[in-house]
Design a binder for this molecule. Structure first.
Ligand code: DP6
Length: 421
């Protein structure tokens, strides 16, 4: 190793998006390799609003692998981290960094330790899938650092071993995780169905729902479902394969009605399967149900779907509007039903792409209070307003896949010490 015993530090920084499944992954056929019992399809969310940034560093001065998540050191002993690190290390190739005069051979990578620092640009406490972006970013940045020559599909199969849904965060736009047939998981990879520009009318509004309930993790929830639910077999064998074909077609043709009907039906079936689990799992709460009812009433009165809803392993609603105009109307309805507490600043209540708020004609709390009841409930007794049930809304859109950040200012580790900045 040229420059041995010198104190060089070599780094790579990447940014990776999170994703929301519109056809859900729920249930494994192999727990260690993380192999799913059905294909799934997701939309990648714009990293400007929801993403993970990870810096990985290597240096001969590091005496062990270490990781910091949002500034706090965490253990890398868990099997999922170890699996990702092992798989990436075994694919490392010879590297020469002429600028720093560093040469690392394939053999030397086996002995060198890494430092990893990762940060989410959204509150971790919000219960938004951070493990998907996190593992995708870990694998993507390590692959760059270690000069791994594999394609994105092979990297997705490694990210999958960190968290199943992470494999879909290796691409932007619309992504399918193909469950595969091989026992070693080599064909259980993510493929891009269409990039983020393919259907850029779509606008996504996430309602971060307040909850004090401790949620069952996806990992243990799906294990219980596979062990105890009879419905899950019917879902995986009969329902999902048909929906995958229909969803691919809907995405290809920009058929919003089909896209929305499939997305809502699949979210509802996922939660039905959770209820069919013993002991039953409840991820949605009263607020989640109220949001569904608000969207359902609107879609029914419009005669064709305006908005799709989907819920993962928690009460947060992910709402996909057919275009900007519908997104503005959606936000008006959401703010009518779920206004912020009087002491909340509207600017921190609706975050992300603020232009949707402008399109909705809402600038301050006075505008929120003046919102009329939506036409579909105008003649009915309006439900009481639910202040405080939603913590905040994030306005976003379909987004791009992982990128390398070359600017050292964006690195999370100090380039001379390899420790968090
Ligand atoms: C409901 O990927 O978090 O979000 O593979 O055990 O890490 P593990 O589970 P995870 O499960 C995600 C479940 C889901 C649906 C989905 O994203 O497809």
């Amino acid at each position: 190793m040229a420059g041995e015993m010198q104190k060089w530090v070599l780094m790579a920084t990447a940014q990776t998006p999170t994703n929301i499944a519109v056809i859900k992954y729920w249930g494994k056929r192999n727990e260690d390799l993380i192999l799913a019992i059905n294909d799934s399809i997701s939309v990648t969310l714009d990293p400007a609003h929801l993403c993970t940034t990870t810096t990985v560093a290597v240096s001969p001065t590091f005496d062990q692998d270490r990781m910091w998540l949002n500034g706090k050191e965490i253990s890398l002993l868990g099997g999922r981290y170890q699996n990702c690190l092992r798989e990436i290390r075994s694919r490392a190739t010879d590297l020469e960094d002429e600028k720093q005069g560093i040469k690392i051979t394939k053999k030397e990578w086996e002995k060198l330790h890494v430092h990893i620092a990762s940060h989410n640009n959204f509150p971790t406490a919000a219960g938004l899938a951070s493990s998907a972006a996190g593992f995708a970013c870990l694998v993507f940045s390590l692959a760059k650092l270690m000069n791994v020559k594999e394609d994105q599909g092979a990297l997705s199969a490694i990210a999958r071993q960190g968290s199943g849904s992470a494999c879909r965060s290796l691409y932007g736009g619309f992504v399918k995780w193909v469950m595969g047939k091989e026992e070693n998981g080599s064909d259980s990879i993510a493929v891009q169905l269409a990039d983020e520009k393919h259907w850029d009318d779509l606008v996504i509004v996430i309602a971060v729902v307040s909850s004090c309930q401790k949620e069952t993790s996806s990992t243990s929830g799906m294990r219980d479902t596979v062990e105890t639910s009879m419905l899950i077999q019917h879902r995986a064998k009969e329902v999902v394969p048909k929906r995958i074909v229909q969803m691919e077609d809907a995405i290809k043709k920009h058929d919003f009605a089909a896209f929305a009907n499939l997305t809502c039906a699949d979210s509802n079936q996922f939660h039905a399967v959770c209820l069919d689990t013993y002991p039953p799992i409840f991820y949605m709460n009263d607020t989640s149900h109220k949001i569904i009812s608000c969207v359902e009433k609107w879609n029914r009165s419009a005669g064709t779907p305006q908005v799709a809803y989907t819920f993962d392993a928690g009460p947060n609603a992910v709402l996909i509007a057919r275009n900007r105009k519908t997104a503005a109307e959606l936000l008006q309805r959401l703010l009518f039903h779920f206004p912020p507490n009087s002491d909340t600043d509207l600017n921190s209540y609706v975050i992300g792409d603020k232009s949707i708020l402008q399109d909705a004609g809402v600038q301050d709390m006075k505008d929120v209070e003046a919102l009329p009841p939506p036409p579909e409930i105008k003649d009915k007794v309006p439900a009481p307003k639910c202040k405080g049930d939603v913590s905040y809304f994030i306005c976003t859109r379909p987004g791009r896949g992982p990128v390398l950040l070359s600017d050292e200012c964006q690195a999370l580790l100090n380039p001379s010490t390899g420790l968090p900045k």
